[in-house]
Write a protein that binds this ligand. Structure first.
Ligand code: ADP
Ligand code: MG
Length: 594
């Protein structure tokens, strides 16, 4: 176990780069600071010795003030060296944390975009931030304290035996008992209980989240609190584990521990009483009293030293936490990039016998799909929900890579293109468009950072966003998501379309872009579509079949397979799935009119 912890720390130190040496310098300084900090205790002994030697004629003890100054100077020096140590460890720690963030981000940038669908970006950010800040705490503070505490503890043990080993042992005895008590709390069967306790805490917090999320459902459906039996049970389980751990496991050892750390002199006084008569007899009583005074003072800091060792071991836990969080981030799959990317010849898109199965799924989402779209053509993907439309669209900009078969853009396997160029060639508007918490202008400009304000305004206008901008307090510079300026689903969709229009990529992928549209929005969105798709290769996924009627080709996907393809008229003649969907769609449209 110890070895693994050690290697966690060295893994983290690996990210310090050149700054690693600063960590070691810092640790060395921290050890020196601890040793300097112990000198005052020796001074106490010297003062006691001199005073007792001249007692009761105190004025003769000339050296005493010198020892006093020495104690002061060494204390200050100890503090200064400790500051220097922390300076070094902090510099190294900040560099390490920033390298961890950078490398984590760099790795995530190489992950396929689809990865972020199933791995919430908030969670990834949490992991990366957590790893970085834990590393910071560990390398900046804990590690220096661990080294310092160990040096202090060893130094104390040596000092204890320097003056009088019998009284030293008496002090050490209480330390040993405290340590033993602490370990009984943590080791053996109690470690199991501690795990159960933590698991119960986890369960409770998850159940709590579920509970809060479920409140709207409870209100709407007039459920009672009994629907949250799981939450109640989790709380009860937690409280029983907590009580078990506190009362059954910790009460006795913790009392023992506190008694012996706070009362470290508990054995010292009896031992001194036993030794006193002999010291009196052979005339060494003065030294004996000096030693006693020293140990009485010294025993008080044993508890501090012990507590520090205990707290410092926390650092090992931090290290392994940080390493495991970071490795979760680094486990993200990486989009493979070839060394000599090929350039797509044109704006055609072709699927050759493409199959795709999501990680962990049993059945393929796409199964042997082949089709070809010529440059400038518009094709529509339709079919029942779950048929594989979104999946097919996601394979074109390499959100995922096909499990088997080939997706080609301009005659080149997308895996053999330069990912950046591929991204430049494709615009996509998906159902849930993410708008940043920034102004509308910046949100649109994200698609083309060099675009001028006029270009952005033109794109917004083409996307029929004029009415949105007009009603916002600061127009196009209004930051969305603040002060009650939220956009409706349809409005967000139009801003997303403006983004795609500004990007003006030759291949356009639209996934259910009309899904949010209310009747008013729909006409506007249709106009925005027209602006976006003119002269481009378009792959369109649409609920509303009215939008696909004019496509060059309609592909019907069901359960991952192409069941029909052709243009609107051909498919109606076929009288298959599409004709059926068309019938249903028209019925629904008539109802709406009625
Ligand atoms: P459509 O867009 O036609 O409604 P999708 O392409 O979204 O269909 O989904 C096709 C199949 O793949 C469905 O069975 C769906 O449950 C599954 N699926 C979609 N996205 C994921 C994902 N991220 N992980 C696992 N399975 C998924
Ligand atoms: Mg879909």
């Amino acid at each position: 176990m110890k070895e693994k912890k050690q290697s966690d720390i060295s893994i983290l130190l690996g990210y310090a780069g050149k700054y690693k040496i600063l960590t070691f310098i810092g640790l060395g300084l921290s050890a020196i600071a601890m040793l300097l900090g112990m000198v005052p205790y020796i001074c106490v002994w010297l003062v006691a010795r001199d005073l007792i030697k001249v007692a009761p004629d105190w004025t003769v003890a000339g050296e005493v003030s010198r020892y006093g100054w020495m104690a002061f100077i060494f204390s200050v020096a100890g503090i200064l060296v400790y500051f220097a140590a922390l300076m070094c460890t902090h510099l190294a720690a900040f560099r390490t944390a920033s390298n961890i963030r950078k490398q984590g981000m760099a790795h995530l940038m190489k992950a396929p975009l689809g990865f972020f669908d199933s791995n919430a970006s908030g969670l990834l950010r949490n992991r990366l931030d957590g790893a970085a800040s834990e590393t910071e705490t560990l390398l900046a503070h804990n590690l220096a304290d661990i080294v310092g505490s160990i040096v202090m503890f060893l130094g104390m043990i040596i000092l204890m035996f320097v003056f009088d080993w019998r009284m030293g042992s008496a002090c050490l005895m209480s330390a040993v008992i405290s340590i033993f008590a602490m370990f009984t709390m943590m080791g053996g069967k109690n470690a199991e209980l501690m795990k159960e306790y933590q698991a119960a805490q986890d369960t409770m917090s998850k159940a709590g989240t579920e509970y809060v999320r479920g409140i709207p459902v409870v209100k709407v459906f007039q459920q009672t609190v009994y629907s949250f039996r799981a939450f109640k049970q989790a709380i009860e389980e937690y409280s029983s584990k907590a009580e078990q751990y506190a009362v059954d496991t910790c009460s006795i050892p913790q009392s023992v521990n506190l008694t012996f750390t706070e009362g470290a002199f508990i054995f010292l006084v009896p031992v001194a009483l036993i030794l006193a008569p002999a010291a009196l007899r052979n005339g060494t009583f003065a030294v004996f009293v000096t030693n006693f005074a020293f140990y009485a003072v010294f025993s008080a800091i044993i508890s501090t030293a012990l507590a520090r060792v205990m707290f410092a071991t926390n650092g090992f836990m931090l290290a392994s936490n940080a390493v495991s969080r970071f490795s979760q981030v680094m486990d993200a799959p990486v989009l493979e990039v070839v060394d000599d990317p090929k350039k797509p010849a044109d704006n055609s898109v072709e699927f050759q016998n493409v199959s795709f199965t999501y990680d962990g799924a049993d059945i393929p989402a796409l199964n042997g799909v082949s089709f070809r779209i010529e440059p400038g053509e518009t094709i529509a993907l339709v079919g029942p929900s779950g048929g594989g439309k979104t999946t097919a669209a996601s394979l074109i900009p390499r959100f995922w890579d096909a499990t088997s078969g080939v997706v080609k853009v301009g005659g080149v396997d997308v895996r053999e293109t330069d990912p950046h160029e591929l991204m430049d060639q494709i615009s996509f508007v998906f159902q849930d468009n993410h708008l940043f918490k920034a102004s509308i202008l910046e949100n649109v400009r994200a698609a083309k950072p060099m675009a001028s304000r006029e270009e952005v305004m033109r794109a917004l206008s083409a996307a029929q966003c004029d009415d949105i901008i007009e009603k916002l307090p600061e127009g196009v510079d209004t930051v969305i998501g603040t002060k009650g300026t939220y956009l409706s689903g349809g409005e967000q969709q139009r801003v997303a379309l403006a983004r795609a229009i500004l990007k003006n990529a030759p291949i356009v992928v639209l996934d259910e872009a009309t899904a949010f549209a209310d009747p008013e929005n729909e006409t506007l969105i249709q106009k925005a579509f027209a602006a976006l798709t003119k002269g481009h290769t378009v792959i369109m996924i649409a609920h509303r079949l009215s939008t696909v009627v004019n496509s060059d080709k309609i592909i019907v996907l069901d359960e991952g397979r192409i069941v029909e393809e052709g243009n609107h008229a051909e498919l109606l003649k076929n009288n298959g799935m599409y004709a059926h969907m068309w019938g249903e769609y028209n019925k629904a449209a008539e109802w709406r009119i009625a």
